[in-house]
Design a protein around this ligand. Structure first.
Ligand SMILES: [Zn+2]
Length: 267
């Protein structure tokens, strides 16, 4: 746990896996079709905050060029039909969300603060440096979760099942393919920590899976991607043992689905 390096700028690696070959072989799609034209990009915007704690996070993320990295990865990898916006700023509440009407993805600084507080108070005995690392990993994972929503909307991608689960898979697969599986585990662990273990009716009615379920879903994908490398996860969470033999298929299915969905838009 919490042993990940910062997984920035790895999206291109994933696109390398997803790029269409378009030269022979029956893919079941129109192999000879023209490429989808690239008519847009994500622009980035850091909105200043009067709150010193929130501004400190913004300064940190601006310093590592987080928005530029996330937007650049998407822009360099996929043909988008129109421009969109990736904004970081103070929202007045803790969240991250895609707004279809405005073609805008908002990352609230309050969420970064909440993630950091959750890790700091989670009884893990983390150093400040580890708290920051886990927060960045989780915030970045949430950013790609929201990018999943954005791509589904912008590219009119079909989904079956819950879209929230699909974009959890999108973000987790990107992390894994970028060599940052342990960072995805950090993000999953955030949901483990915030889940109080008692689901209220409002939790059950929500479009997201329960926090613990999201955690185990991330764990299964990461473990399934390389059961030897991630064997420690089963030791730490033996309740996963019954599901574990099927995690490789879960990982392959999620990777295959997203790869095939995005292939027509890969630059
Ligand atoms: Zn979502």
């Amino acid at each position: 746990m919490l042993r990940a390096a910062l997984p920035l700028a790895f999206l291109v690696t994933v696109a390398g896996c997803a790029a269409p070959t378009n030269n022979g072989g029956d893919t079941g799609t129109d192999v000879g079709a023209d490429k989808v034209p690239d008519k847009g990009d994500f622009q980035v915007q850091y909105e200043p905050s009067a709150n010193a704690d929130l501004q400190a996070w913004e300064d940190y993320f601006a310093g590592i060029q987080m928005l530029e990295s996330v937007a650049g990865g998407i822009n360099d990898t996929f043909a988008l039909p129109k421009d969109a916006l990736l904004i970081m700023g103070e929202c007045g509440f803790s969240n991250a969300f895609w707004t279809s009407k405005d073609k805008s993805l908002a990352l609230c600084l309050e969420l970064a603060n909440d993630i950091a507080t959750t890790f700091a108070n989670g009884g893990l005995g983390l150093t400040n440096e580890q708290v920051v690392q886990a927060t960045v990993n989780t915030y970045l994972w949430v950013s790609y979760h929201e990018m999943g929503h954005a791509l589904i909307d912008l590219l009119d991608l079909p989904t079956t099942g819950k879209e929230e689960d699909a974009v959890d898979q999108f973000s987790t697969v990107l992390f894994i393919e970028g060599g940052a599986g342990w960072a995805a585990v950090d993000a999953g662990y955030f949901f483990y920590l915030v889940d109080q273990g008692v689901a209220a009716p409002t939790d059950l009615a929500d479009e997201h899976a329960l926090g613990l379920q999201r955690f185990y879903n991330v764990l299964c994908l990461v473990y399934g991607s390389d059961p030897k490398e991630y064997a420690d996860l089963l030791t730490s969470f033996p309740e996963m043992e019954a599901r574990a033999p099927r995690c490789k298929d879960e990982y392959l299915d999620a990777t295959d689905a997203w790869t095939r969905l995005l292939e027509p838009y890969a630059l």
